[in-house]
Design a protein around this ligand. Structure first.
Ligand code: G3P
Ligand code: CA
Length: 251
């Protein structure tokens, strides 16, 4: 697809909206994704888990506490994500915790989220839990395999996605020293290395580029830091503030 190819081929720095534009709207919800599109994000990132009855849906944490009203709704703290069926999850309020003006916003199913993002940008799907087979099946059913990017810290999952769908654009996530040895097991199976910005310097960027791969960094909300990272060769900035960061790093 032209849009994902443009992203993988461009030499322009890319702006990736983290959980949407989560500085300004409740993370991993449709309003947050739409805001990231309005702020001209080249890609929009989301996180997904599976419900007990195997519906993939968007949320970041391992429990519902921080980003929903689950505590009140279910009268229970620290409920694990996979403990609930989608019918129960669908009725949670995932907006009020952020701002009263988002009251009644629900957690989106993964396919609803992708649909909303693809309308104006390109999805960067972050897998948190679930098997590669069912994700690839969903992407194939909706003809999305060549139109978006998938990433995970779980490199077995990453490798399995590559095996099942070699044309899928994939990123390997990491958050420790970024060395040739560290990425050796995965680098040939991915298009992008997506790394914690704390561990990225010019030498690391050169090493990733020597492999012919792009380097994205997370999570950068400071415009000066974003400019410096682009100056040392970083190809994409994952940020809660895509509008501001885009204005700072685009020519
Ligand atoms: O996109 C990379 C970044 O989102 C990974 O960390 O914890 O925010 O999912 P986390
Ligand atoms: Ca994420």
């Amino acid at each position: 697809d032209a849009r994902v190819n443009r992203i993988l081929d461009t030499t322009e720095p890319l702006v990736i909206g983290h959980r949407g534009a989560c500085a300004f709207a409740p993370e991993n919800t449709i309003p947050s994704f739409q805001l990231a599109i309005e702020q001209k994000a080249d890609l929009v990132e989301l996180d997904y888990y599976l419900s007990a009855d195997k519906t993939p849906f968007c949320i970041h944490d391992k429990t519902y506490d921080r980003t929903t009203n689950a505590n009140q709704q279910w009268n229970a703290k620290k409920t694990k994500i996979a403990a609930k069926n989608w019918a129960d999850i669908a009725s949670l309020d995932a907006g009020s915790w952020f701002d009263a003006k988002f009251a009644g916003v629900h957690l989106p199913k993964l396919d609803q989220a992708i649909e909303a993002i693809q309308a104006g940008s390109v999805t960067l799907i972050e897998h948190k839990e679930g098997d590669a087979e069912s994700l690839i099946q969903l992407l194939k059913a909706r003809d999305w395999t060549d139109k978006l990017v998938v990433q995970s810290f779980d490199w077995e999952f990453v490798a399995r996605c590559h095996e099942l769908e070699p044309s899928l654009a994939i990123a390997a996530l990491g958050s420790d020293a970024l060395t040739a040895k560290r990425i050796a097991p995965i680098v040939d199976k991915v298009d992008v290395i997506a790394w914690n910005a704390k561990f990225v310097d010019r030498a690391a960027a050169e090493m990733v580029h020597k492999h012919g791969k792009k380097l994205f960094v997370y999570t950068v909300n400071n415009t000066q830091q974003a400019k410096e990272l682009v100056a040392i060769g970083v190809d994409g900035i994952i940020t809660d503030r895509p509008g501001e960061i885009g204005a700072a790093i685009r020519k």
